[in-house]
Design a protein around this ligand. Structure first.
Ligand code: NAD
Length: 245
């Protein structure tokens, strides 16, 4: 019974996708779950063993940049051995297929796996842990060194480097978010994949798409605050169902 329901949802989603011209995709931590990266909210309030306020806020960095860097250094080092999964690959293939007039992928993930899978122009609305930014001169660069040779690392100008991610309590990069909002408002189909849809303003993107008349497809084993808007809900791991679409 459950399998039949899931098949029906996949079929509906496939039909909707075949009709779509302008696609907007929002992904969250769930899309990377099958690459072995833990999602955020399943972990009893801890993020890989730390309280968020100790490692992912501007206050934490001001208090103890070395502690924050040890956390990010471990994540960056772990990431070096992680590969995109079938969900990332399927989304890159969807973009490459050339079936759509427009295809925009925005992610809340900071892991860079969509880019590794071949997606282009990914809007990383919460930044990337593979980039660093100098807190003094503001220069931002790609940086895949892992582990870092010194902690906390420094910019050639002498300033402290920080991970180029958006921490709790910080605003999103306005140009990146505006581009995502623009694509969400213009799309006719919005795919919402592996996000609890609780972290705003990212979670407002599918709402914007729906408000402008787009059809929503959700891929998530669990219900979320946007589930009631979805024309099709694929209640299965992203790496299992996305290749079917
Ligand atoms: P979240 O952890 O709040 O929610 C994850 C969602 O994914 C849940 O709704 C869960 O049901 C769903 N999920 C779990 N396994 C799945 C699977 N196999 N397939 C599809 N869905 C699955 O994540 P969020 O909504 O992205 O918000 C958390 C914040 O933490 C984001 O801002 C993000 O930047 C950050 N974060 C990033 C990463 C990463 O870069 N990989 C990992 C953890 C957290």
């Amino acid at each position: 019974m459950a399998a039949a329901l899931a098949d029906a949802a996949v079929e509906t989603a496939g039909r909707l996708l075949a009709r779509a011209r302008r696609v907007f995709v929002l992904t969250g931590a769930g899309v990377s779950a099958e690459s072995g990266l833990p999602t955020f909210r399943g972990a009893g309030g801890l993020w890989e063993g730390h309280r968020v306020e100790d490692v992912a806020t501007p206050g934490a960095f001001a208090r103890d940049p070395a502690l924050v860097w040890r956390f990010y250094d471990a994540r960056r080092t772990a990431l070096a051995g992680v590969a995109p999964n079938a969900a990332h690959v399927a989304l890159a293939a969807m973009e490459r297929s050339g079936r759509f007039e427009a295809f925009t992928l925005a992610t809340q993930n900071v892991d860079g796996l969509h880019r590794d899978a071949g997606s282009t122009g990914v809007l990383e609305i919460h930044g990337s842990i593979r980039r660093v930014r100098c807190v003094t001169c503001g220069r931002e660069t790609d940086d895949r060194r892992a582990p870092m040779p010194e902690i906390p690392p420094r910019c050639p100008c002498g300033g402290l480097l920080r991970p180029a991610v958006v921490w709790f309590g910080e605003g999103l990069p306005p140009d990146v978010f505006d581009a995502a909002a623009d694509a969400a408002r213009r799309c006719d189909l919005c795919l919402v994949i592996g996000t609890s849809a609780l972290v705003h303003p990212a979670a407002s993107l599918p709402l914007m798409a729906a408000a402008h008349g787009a059809v929503l497809i959700e891929v998530n084993p669990d219900e979320t605050p946007v589930s009631h808007l979805a024309a099709a809900a694929l209640r299965a791991p992203a790496a299992e169902v996305l290749p079917l679409l």
